[in-house]
Write a protein that binds this ligand. Structure first.
Ligand code: GLU
Length: 467
């Protein structure tokens, strides 16, 4: 069975890059009717936090990247890592190292001076004839005995064949002095225990893969397939970070992006289906293959994301959008603030212009918060030359059927009767009825507000005209 995982370290928010990795691993598992699991890699106790874990879980839930079963927590599997470490010690594939941090930095310094690449020199390998000191304050770390010779290679499903010489690698620490497993060790034990078939992760981990393969081989365990996804860069070609704009997924949520738009956009970061920019998550699952993932870094384009978000807002049912903005609306105007208007109808009127749901809520609010126009607008638009035309239009409003077509026809009749251009009538009407120059289409706005309200507002304002 295909089994993939997303394995974030809870040391910060879930960022765009992590979410893209999660999406690809999730989509791959969905495509093959496999399983996608979530594993929280929280053994770096100094840096892991509960808030970060919660934030990651919330972000995954919001995006709809559902995982199979409960999330695994590495902190709950410490015994298991110890058990595997003991096996390696028994088989002389791992050993305790008592070198102090000062000693190791001296060692590296002297390597640098001699023009060598700094690396652990194997001083605590048993054959190097050291005995554990009888009295020491140093709590040892456990090191994996990396093979001295030969090559490690794997067929990366994105990058193709990658080969590294063992001479490049040193004996890495697998248990810290507090007994916790390091990333490379926890990952190996877990990917194997959890029967992960495909390890899909960012290419910042390519250097770790040969180390992980060596440990798997030392344990006589089968190797998973590996796929390393390209980096994501900002417009300036630097690795995407906070200074390029929002980076955390929950910040996007707060800024009014829809999860569908985020997923669609993330899918385009390093993968594509021809030139298609907009597609559903089901289409992505259908089309997704790892061999179409690009080796080259992807560029994050905020404008494209905004465009997609706008498109998704347009096609999201008004009732669904209502649920997203209703809290902000009732916080601002109270539960009764929409009068007898259904929130979803107001949304229907204004949503085509909104780039995000924050803008959408603002447009709804400015629609609901009618205030009489300011004196500047009154002076600008309430002029004698347009008065007869407005009056003519107002009179028609008492007799027509109240719908968008009839209101539109009435506008046309008044315009042609007085030989006016559309804005000459529309602008003062907007100011009179909405209190501002900008509003959605007049006929739709009036239809929604209803005859009584529209006529009452026009009547109140008509008396202010200077004739
Ligand atoms: N905890 C690692 C990270 O957050 C996971 C890497 C992997 O997928 O192996 O980068």
């Amino acid at each position: 069975m295909i089994k993939t995982r997303f394995a974030p370290s809870p040391t910060g928010d879930l960022h765009v890059g992590g979410a893209r990795t999660a999406l690809f691993a999730w989509a791959f598992a969905q495509k093959f009717k496999g399983q996608f699991i979530l594993r929280i890699e929280d053994t770096d106790f100094a840096r892991s936090t509960r808030e970060s874990k919660e934030g990651i879980l919330n972000s995954m839930r919001w995006l709809g990247l559902n995982h199979y079963g409960k999330p695994y927590l590495q902190s709950e599997r410490l015994e298991r890592y110890r058990e595997v470490a003991d096996q390696l010690i028994r088989e002389d594939k791992a050993y305790w190292c008592y070198a102090s941090p000062e000693e190791l930095s001296k060692m590296r310094e002297s390597q640098r001076v001699r023009g060598l690449k700094p690396r652990y020199d194997g001083r605590w390998r048993p054959e190097n004839a050291k005995q554990p000191p009888l009295q020491t304050d140093i709590k040892p770390v456990l090191r994996f005995r990396n093979p001295d010779n030969g090559m490690v290679s794997w067929g990366d499903l994105v990058r193709g064949k990658i080969t590294i010489s063992n001479g490049e690698l040193d004996d890495l620490i697998i248990l810290r002095s507090d007994g916790s497993p390091t990333y490379n060790f926890g990952v190996v034990v877990d990917d194997s225990d959890m029967e992960i078939s495909h390890v899909i992760r960012g290419d910042d981990h390519i250097n770790n893969t040969p180390r992980q393969i060596n440990i798997l081989k030392a344990l006589n365990l089968p190797l998973p397939e590996y796929a390393h996804l390209p980096m994501i860069l900002g417009a300036d070609g630097e690795r995407l970070s906070k200074r390029h704009g929002a980076n955390s997924i929950l910040a996007y949520k707060d800024a009014g992006y829809l999860p569908e738009a985020i997923l669609n956009y993330l899918a385009r970061l390093g993968w594509g289906h021809g030139n298609k920019e907009k597609f559903s998550i089901d289409q992505m699952i259908n089309w997704f293959t790892l061999d179409k993932v690009s080796k080259a870094p992807a560029k994050f384009d905020f404008e494209k994301l905004d465009w997609l978000n706008k498109e998704y807002i347009k096609e999201t049912p008004n009732d669904d959008l209502s649920k997203i903005v209703s809290k902000k609306i009732s916080d601002s105007v109270g539960k009764e603030g929409t009068g007898n208007l259904a929130l979803s109808s107001v949304i229907g009127l204004v949503k085509d212009r909104a780039k995000n749901t924050v803008e959408l809520a603002d447009s709804v609010l400015s629609f609901l918060n009618y205030t009489s126009p300011n004196p500047g607008l009154v002076e600008k638009y309430y002029t004698a030359d347009v008065y007869p035309c407005i009056n003519h239009f107002r009179e028609q409003l008492d007799h027509i059927d109240w719908d968008r077509e009839q209101i539109g026809m009435a506008l046309k009749r008044s315009l042609s009767h007085y030989n006016k251009k559309f804005p000459q009538l529309a602008m003062p009407l907007r100011v009179m009825v909405m209190g501002m120059e900008k509003s959605p289409a007049i006929n739709l706005t009036f239809e929604l507000l209803g005859r009584t309200k529209v006529c009452a507002r026009i009547d109140t304002e008509l008396v202010k005209f200077v004739l």
